[in-house]
Write a new protein. Structure first.
Length: 95
């Protein structure tokens, strides 16, 4: 599924900032927990979707996503999904 469609379908606008970060990362990696993506790539993808995401990228989102154990950082400026990342989906689909 294209990234923009994924964000809209999964309720990206209703999610918290860290969950939105994880959703964009999941879209870029196609949900693969072994693939790492750089922060700049995530920011670039985010900037193309400020309306469905409800605002601009905040540098605190990756840290907060790590605090919730949704992502990990194998090296500085790079993130990959953890197995627990799917818990964000219930956040966007709730009323």
């Amino acid at each position: 599924m294209p990234l923009r469609a994924l964000v809209i379908t999964c309720g990206g606008r209703k999610m918290t900032g860290p969950a939105k970060f994880v959703l964009v990362l999941a879209g870029l990696t196609k949900g693969d927990t072994k693939v790492a993506v750089g922060t700049e790539t995530i920011k670039k993808a985010w900037s193309k979707m400020t309306e469905p995401l409800g605002g601009t990228f905040n540098a605190a989102y990756p840290t907060r996503a790590k605090d919730k154990a949704w992502v990990e950082s194998p090296k500085k400026g790079s993130y990959k999904l953890r197995e627990t990342w799917t818990s964000i989906l219930s956040e966007g689909l709730s009323d």
